[in-house]
Design a binder for this molecule. Sequence first.
Ligand SMILES: [Zn+2]
Length: 399
Amino acid sequence: MPADPPSLLLIAALFVAAAAGWLLARYRSGARPDAASRQNSQQLSEDYFRGLGFLLDEEPDKALEVFLRMVDVDNDTVETHFALGYLYRRRGEVERAIRVHESIMSRSSLRDEHRVHAMFALGEDYFRAGLFDRAERLFLQLADGGGRHVAALRYLLRIYEQQRDWEQAIAVHRRLVAVASPEHPTAIAHYHCEIAEQLRAQGDFDGARQQLHSARDAQRNFPRGALIRADIALDMNQPELAALLCQRAVELHPKLLTLALPRVMRAMRGTDAVEIERRFRAWIRPDPVARAELAYAAIVAGLEQEPFVIECLPDLLREDPTLGEIVSATSGDPAHLTAEQRAALATALGRILRRTQRYRCVDCGFASASHFWQCPGCRSWDAFAPVALLDLTPGMHRR
Ligand SMILES: [Zn+2]
């Protein structure tokens, strides 16, 4: 391991503290030392100087080994070891934190509270290091009555989400709800939807529908469930039903327009123009704000060449002052553009949006070109929304 000055400073401070404690203990004991304590003192001073040698040679791992051997873990010194482990983890030195916490765990004489603390800290280290199977083993023990079981259940949930083990995530979420309020109440409905999507991909529509029923039991009016039911309807050649389900999803959650529109277009594929016009009229409302939102969502979804986008584009230019000003400066009055100019503008906007992060998490600002039900940045569910037009720089986005 290369020399690491901050680590060396940290251990040096602990060596000084250990030496001070040792001297204080000798001073307090007062009486003349017997043969055993003299031998003990000699061993400690040898270790102390060896540790200092490693510090001077800038070898933090060897110095840490000496420190762990020198300051025996017992109920009086354990807090010092916890502090060392905590500092290592905070500085991102997870391997060293693991060594400290494993050294605490290896002692049999510790009080239960210290053992639980060490187990939990080691579980956190393993989780940070991506050693999920080891972390899972420790958190399962803690969740099964080993102490700190609510926090352990929360970690188990994170592990199963990372591993996309949705069955286990459902089981843990149920256990969590029984003892505490979950961080993301809608998460369990999403777990069922994840399984439903897997089953649908395998052609098991009955199994998928069963999972969607469970999702609905867990969360009434759940728009993702309506979208998956629309996908199943499309698979089963029921386009009218698919379009209705998409409409339902958008009514429940208007931000899902970008996900619903491509499905609606698929549902209308193969239908003649008059029929499309009749069916799609329900989506093109007279309200200019709604028409602007529809046009923008369609461009985000890559549908900028659809006739309804060209039709609604003047509303979008009116509702987005920056865009309207750019168009006025270059092409004249946005309300009187020719159909060709509108089509060219829609194509350009589509190109701009495809080059940028089109979705952003309203909780942490994580931006991405595609939609996620769970934010990869902060693990929030349902927090992804399309960015506002021309607000295309990464950063925090207002809710
Ligand atoms: Zn986020």
